[in-house]
Design a protein. Structure first.
Length: 129
C-alpha cells in the first residue's frame, strides 16, 4: 500500500515540475495562461491570470454549457476538442483578453491530436473578429 502512494506522489510531483518548467520557459511577460488538462472522458481548459495564479475562466466538455451548445455531445474526441476551442475563445473574447497576452500551457501532453486541434481552433477563433 505504501509503494502505490509513493508512486502516485512521484507522478504528481513530476507533473507539477513539468508545469513549473513550462511557466519558466515562457517567461512572466505574458499576463494570462491557457492550461489544458485531458482525461480519458473529458477535456478541461482554464484561463489563469499569472499575476496571482487565479482562474479567470474555465470550460470542460462535461459542463452543462458545453453540452447544451453542442447538441448533447459528451464524448472526448477530436471534434469535441475543436468545438471546445471555439467556445472557450468566445468566453475569453467577452473578457477582452488578447491572444498576445496569453501563452499555452499544454502540461505534459505532446502538441498533437486533441491538444493541437484545441489550440488551432482557439487561436483561429480568437483572431477572427
Amino acid at each position: 500500500m505504501k509503494i502505490t502512494k509513493k508512486i502516485f506522489f512521484l507522478k504528481k510531483s513530476k507533473r507539477n515540475s513539468l508545469n513549473s518548467k513550462c511557466r519558466l520557459k515562457s517567461g512572466s511577460k505574458k499576463s494570462f495562461e491557457v492550461l489544458i488538462l485531458k482525461t480519458s472522458k473529458n477535456i478541461h481548459i482554464q484561463l489563469i491570470r499569472t499575476a496571482d495564479m487565479k482562474t479567470v475562466a474555465g470550460l470542460s466538455t462535461s459542463s452543462k454549457y458545453f453540452i447544451s451548445e453542442n447538441n448533447n455531445l459528451r464524448s472526448c474526441n477530436l471534434n469535441s476538442s475543436i468545438s471546445a476551442g471555439s467556445l472557450f475563445a468566445m468566453k475569453v473574447k467577452k473578457m477582452s483578453v488578447n491572444l498576445n497576452e496569453m501563452y499555452f500551457n499544454r502540461s505534459k501532453y505532446k502538441f498533437h491530436g486533441k491538444v493541437k486541434a484545441f489550440w488551432e481552433s482557439f487561436s483561429s477563433s480568437m483572431l477572427l473578429s
